[in-house]
Design a protein around this ligand. Structure first.
Ligand SMILES: [Fe+2]
Length: 248
């Protein structure tokens, strides 16, 4: 390039990157959770530069989410079996500020502990009125709200007599494809938690506690539903643990 020809090449998009914080999230290879041995990365991760597509997508609008997306009890002709629950909370950043307009997707078993999935082997009954999938977008205050059914425990074949504690899977899409976070929310007082390898793959007891929703009688509605509250903190000292056994 000669001195009298201007350089019109576009500047490289420079974005901050965040390393995986040590000692917070569970190891990607955790012997107690056998299948992580097959699917964890065997080589050092390669940091890919983020370009416009990764940073600007997906473009989600409120009109894409309907009220029944967040009410898993109203997605079929009849009402599902089981204990109705209201599940709400806030998505917060590391400074405690609400994160608005973020898409949250959930998936879970029905009341009998069965997923509606082609590879599900648990011989518990399907519920024709329950799919177990929902989504919602946080409001200006970072609040989300679902109405659903208390999920059941289910066997998972990891070891002899292995049962997963009741849980709901959460995915937070973020503002870009590269920001997606996946985790699980548990229920208070579940006797299966102390013996669950996925729950216990999170080493820090305080971090494990942050995966458990809080029962809130003030949130329950008389003659209708119980209530649970669970805040999701994206980063920082009080961060919610992400990626613990997202497949199960
Ligand atoms: Fe699960």
């Amino acid at each position: 390039m000669t001195a009298d020809v201007p350089d019109v090449r576009p500047a490289r998009l420079a974005l901050p990157s965040y390393g995986r914080p040590r000692g917070v999230h569970p190891p990607l290879d955790y012997p107690g959770y056998r299948s992580t041995g097959l699917r964890h990365p065997k080589k050092p991760l390669v940091l890919l530069p983020q370009r416009l597509t990764e940073v600007t997508g997906p473009l989600l609008g409120d009109e894409l989410i309907t009220p029944t997306d967040g009410d898993l009890t109203m997605q079929h002709a009849g009402e599902p079996q089981g204990q109705r629950i209201i599940l709400t909370g806030r998505v917060l950043d590391s400074g405690g500020r609400p994160v608005p307009d973020t898409l949250i997707e959930i998936w879970q078993t029905n009341a009998a502990g069965r997923y509606r999935h082609a590879r599900e082997h648990h011989p518990a009954p399907l519920d024709p009125n329950f799919t177990g999938v929902g989504r919602a977008i946080t409001d200006a205050g970072g609040n989300y709200r679902f109405i659903t059914i208390q999920p059941g425990a289910y066997p998972w074949g990891n070891h002899h007599n292995a049962w997963r504690p009741a849980h709901i899977h959460f995915s937070l899409f973020g503002r870009a494809f590269t920001q997606r976070l996946v985790t699980q929310m548990y229920f208070p007082g579940d006797p299966l938690q102390p013996i669950d390898p996925i729950f216990n793959s999170v080493a820090d007891p305080k971090a494990r506690q942050r995966m458990i929703a809080e029962f809130d009688i003030g949130l329950a509605q008389p003659e209708w539903a119980l209530g649970y509250r669970w805040d999701i903190v994206l980063r920082g000292r009080d961060a919610t643990v992400f990626e613990p056994g997202q497949a199960r």
